[in-house]
Design a protein around this ligand. Sequence first.
Ligand code: FES
Length: 202
Amino acid sequence: MATANPAKGKSITTPTQTQAAPAIQVDAPSRREFMYYIWGASMAMLLGQFTIVGLWFAYPRFREGEFGGIFPFDPAEVPSLGSPPISNPSGHFWVSQTEEGLMVMYDVCTHLGCLPKWVSTNTRFECPCHGSKYRINGTWIEGPAPRGLDLFPIEVTYEDGTVVTNETGIPIPLDPEKTIISISVNTGTRVLGPAHGIVDFL
Ligand code: FES
């Protein structure tokens, strides 16, 4: 409200007299624009889902040293030729060295899942449940087991950088002239054991 100031003959403008800002008019999106927005949002969600699924698959599901993942095996613990196999209970595997080389076997019987033990006096694995028996390289000897012990692939790395792997689980001949610096066992990939009648892998 403007009031006259009799002292100075000027008028004073109060805050209530400020002019309102002009209204901004926003047009509603057209039908076509609306459909573009929906399409864009759908594509963004789809890409997001693909990204999440991709990351989920790429991320290792098992940590090192956890059954289902990679297990390091100390080269110093590799059994010498003719020695009993070495058990790794947390990795559920046996490590054997035979004339054929180094190999790793799943420690579960292929019959009904009991745990065969190494019996030194008989130099073979024997299952306590139904009597299946396996050689030191996991091949079947007798009993109801439908095949030999299943195998895990291993990777042997030598000091000179040479890396040897066995994706099929068959024994890896070790080079006595070289020093092994690491051995890893892939418990996430189980290879079915050899059929009856197979005695060795040579
Ligand atoms: S579970 Fe090993 S023989 Fe049956």
